[in-house]
Write a protein that binds this ligand. Sequence first.
Ligand code: ATP
Ligand code: LTN
Length: 346
Amino acid sequence: MSSTQEPQARPRILSGIQPTSDTIHLGNYLGAVRQWAQLQEDFEPFFFIANQHAITVEHDAKLLRERTYRAAAQLVAAGVDPERSAIFVQSHVPEHAQLGWIMECITGFGEARRMTQFKDKSAKIGEGSVSVGLLTYPMLMAADILLYRPQYVPVGEDQRQHLELTRDLAQRFNHRFKKTFRLPEAYIPKATAKIMDLQDPTSKMSKSASSPAGLIDVLDDPKVTAKKIRSAVTDSGSEVRFDEAEKPGIANLLRIYSALSGTEIEALEKQYAGKGYGDFKKDLADVVVEFVTPFRDRTLALLDDRAELDRILAAGAEKARAVAARTLVDVYDRVGFVAPVRSADQ
Ligand code: ATP
Ligand code: LTN
């Protein structure tokens, strides 16, 4: 049996996060990272910090290094257990870039240009100014995924198109050469796929939000966070009811409340029947502070021990390379690359 067809003890999952901010926001946490911690129970997990993706746009080297550590610390603080999950840095596993090249060579130029994220970003800064890396980013992402042959890829809704491309490329490769890759599925939790901005509940919460008041940064001072919740935009009327169309602000707050407290939205509606928005937001602020305070403390403690973070990342890269290197040997063979012979064997 060839190495990529070995049976897996537990089905794998894989996901990545870009180290492009000092702290993850509540959308990243509820939409992605929290699932990672939950899924590690039943799957064999690989989670990485996508530092090679982070240089597709202009960046500051010192900040990138610091944010890489911050991302690692936040994953561990969020409950991703380094004993159970491989937590690693993308550039520590060179097979990502190596398979990325092969993915680029089986992708059409027009196909790459049509990706929504590329179109949006190049429209914003102009096609002449965007890097070629931004164009080929989805092929690197396909390589990130296919190297590990995961069953699921937990991401937010905005990554669905990249997952579709990954499946297309896997199929194309399997068809053109030999069945090598498993077709991965996106794992997108319905309830928290999109957490909205607190000041503009029709846009998703994002680090590039127009106003910082709409964004809950998980490492912010909990007092600031509580204030942002209390001043979140609500809707006309005074009833705490889940109505996405009429009451997008309250619906978003109910989602956050339910996700963090584990109480069903219907039960929350009952609990707040006859009470106003003020009481509701005050209680939600307490719930959010109860979550962010220990999260922040754990993250800051981890950031104080860089040697421990280095150790976690080295162990993660070792686990990841063991899998990635085997896949790449098969891929190289199937595309017709001559295997290198060590001089000692000659
Ligand atoms: P941003 O929009 O803040 O720039 P991003 O998508 O670039 O976020 P990443 O750090 O690359 O941020 O994403 C980490 C994960 O968080 C991804 O799986 C993404 O889909 C998810 N995510 C980002 N924003 C939200 C949101 N508002 N609601 C739910 N999930 C989100
Ligand atoms: N493109 C993703 C980050 C990312 C990723 C991946 C996610 C890079 N490679 C592989 C899942 C699997 C983003 O911007 N959120």
